[in-house]
Every structure is written in C-alpha cells, then in structure tokens.
Ligand binder design. Sequence first.
Ligand code: IFM
Length: 439
Amino acid sequence: MFKRSDFPRDFTFGAATAAYQIEGHAFGGAGRTHWDDFAATPGNVPRGESGAIACDHYHRMEEDLDLLKGAGLDAYRFSASWARVLPDGRGAINAQGLDFYDRLVDGLLERDIKPMLTLYHWEMPSALADLGGWRNRDVASWLADYACILMDRLGDRIWKTATINEFWCVSFLSHFLGHHAPGLRDIRATARAMHHVLLAHGTTVQALRAAGIDQIGAVCNFTYPQPASEAAEDVEATATFDDYYNNFFLSGIFRREYPRRIVKALGPHFPDAWQQDLEVIGAPIDWFGVNYYTREIIGHAPGPWPALRSVEGPLPKTQMGWEIHPEGLHHFLRRCHDDFSGDLPLYVTENGMASADTVAGGAVDDAARIDYLRRHIAAARQAMAEGVPLEGYFIWSLMDNFEWAFGFEKRFGLVHVDFDTLERTPKASYHALKAALAG
Ligand code: IFM
C-alpha cells in the first residue's frame, strides 16, 4: 500500500467516522434530529433505515477504539452529535451525552490516539430544524453556543477541532438537490443555507477562540469537475459546478468573497446585507481539511440555473457509482494551497471507497479498496513533494456505517460490520494498512 517511513516522522494517519452514522442515536438520552425525521419519511432511505442503532458504537466504544489502536493509527476523527449534548439544540444539557464524549476522548488518549473532533456532521436537532435550521440566521449563534458547551468539557484534551463537515453537503446537497435532510429542493433555502453555514463556521471559530480554544479548522468536500466536451456551453456549465461546489466555500473562508457567477445566480436569494458577514466568515483558522472521493463529468442542460447535468464517465467506479480518479485529490491539494490556504497546514480529512464487501471464512477480501487507498495516498505524496504542506491523511471510514440516504448498503469501512449481529470483522484493507503503518 505504502510505507510509513515514506512520510515525514510527524505525519498523522487516522480514520474517520461521524456520530449519527455509528453511535446509535436511540441510546443515551439523545434528542431527535432532522435525520431521524428524514429517515422516517417514506422514500428517503432504503427500507426506512436510520441511525437509531447504526453500529451501536455507543455501547461498543472500547472495542472500536481497540480496532483503531490495532491498526496502528495515530489519530481518530469523530464527531459529536449536537442533540446528544443538547437534546433540543439549546437549553438543557444531557449529562449522559457529555459523559459519553468525555469517555471517548479519554479512551483515545489512554491508547495514545489523537482526538480530532468535528462539531457538526449533519444531524441538526429537530427542535432547531423546526425553526428553519440552516435557513435561519440564528443557526450561527446556536452552533457557537453548543460548541462552547461541548468544548468547555472536552477542549483541554482535543487535538484539533473542525466546525462543520462538508459545507456543500450541509447546504446544496440538502436544500437544492433534496438528497439529504432536510430534503428541500428550493433555491432560496439553498442560498441562505450556503451563506449561513459559512456564517455559523466563522461565528463558532470566533466564539471558541474567545473561550481559549485553538487548533480550529474547517473541512470541505471537493469533486473534480471535467467538461463533457470542449463546447463552450459544457465548459461554462463545468465552471458553474466548480464555483458552487468547490470555490464558493473556499472563497468565503480564505478570501472573504463569493465567486461572481454565484453572486449573479444566487444574489437575489442571499439574506440582506450578506456582505457584512464576510469578515466573520473569514475568521482565521489554524488548519484546513480536504475531503475527496471522485470526479464528475459535467454537460450543459437547458433549463433554469445551474443548467447542467452529470454525464456518466468511463473510469472504474466504486459501489457508490463514483469514478476512481486520484488525480483529483492531487489537484485539490494544489488548488487549496496555491490559490487559497497558502502555508496553512492541510489534512486529507476523508478519502475512501464503498464496496459490496462480504465476510467469507472470517475474512473480507477488499482488494479494490487497498488499490484505491494506495493510489490516493500516492497522489497526496506527490502534492507533498511539490511543496503542499499536507500534515495528515484520514481514511473514511473506520467501519461500515449508516451511509445516509443509501442506508447500510454502501460499505466504506476498513472494518466490516454485520448489521444484524453488529459483529466487527477487520477487512484485508485494515490488515494492509496495519502493515503499511508498521513499515
Ligand atoms: O459517509 C459520508 C460522510 O458522512 C461524509 N463524507 C462522505 C462520506 C461518504 O459518502
């Protein structure tokens, strides 16, 4: 796969998960979230699956931390569920919830694994979703208040904190494409969510700094767009995709501005005086995380903005139907460094693939994942060799889990989970990673 000795001594290797995808939201006094509501709505998730039980990590945390340790990983990127800490999103604290995250962080430190915390990985408390969730400007102070409560308890032991995971998914995927909770398809809701997710990020960065927390970062997801042809219309459609998917959030965070194409298209839908928020949105951060999985081929489509469509590409695909294109990871590490983040430390905070893995004779042969990781890690190394200040790489995911609108079918884990018995079986990729990290 690779050898640890190929990397600088202090390079960090980790695996990532998210609260709603693994914990079991039915346990421990957590409040309802918009994902519980979305999953309970017929047609949104296959078989009506949800994160109610998921991997039952809530009860199997020690076993899962042993798996991290067993692989030889240096860090664990996990998220806290807002509604587990504050069941209504504000007000009363669920002591069991804070205790759970406290035990998790201590469990990591006991194993000499660095805790990297994401404050929001998609499960908006239902009580706040009722008030408009990401459409409501107040989400910025709600998130910052929750962050301060959580970090007051954990902040002395967290290695690095990310505000929000994948700004594009939180806003565009969930409010324009309707694929994720709250499942809206509304341009005005989208514009507001895109702006508010950035405002909430910046407000939270400032609030945490004021509370004495450092090592705060942002994590965005990127998809590498390529035009379906050289026709001007396809090239323009690709640029539009690139701007609303990749450049919008980078520009807000690092340049305190939004791409012109997006202002033209979504300007009428942004909240009044949105320009006055750019200063907060660009609050300085300490590191930046890149989540990368695939490329997308884009063609023009007649119709309202964004007037584009996705065209099936020729490359081998993962179980998600996503093309395998490691060059895109190299591209985005370079783009972030060259055009936006400069010398700021970068992390690949998510990278990995889904495959239809099965257990046979106590083993899981996921050779395709080993190859995927090998090629993407090589792309990351190439960027480092060219001067990109990449300081770590995290695999999505430690274990198979609730893959949101796809339910439990899509398996991203290094560890197989049997969702009937909840038995964990390390896959061949887990063993290959362990060998690589020992080398
Ligand atoms: O499972 C998700 C994760 O929650 C966020 N990034 C992408 C992963 C795979 O789809």
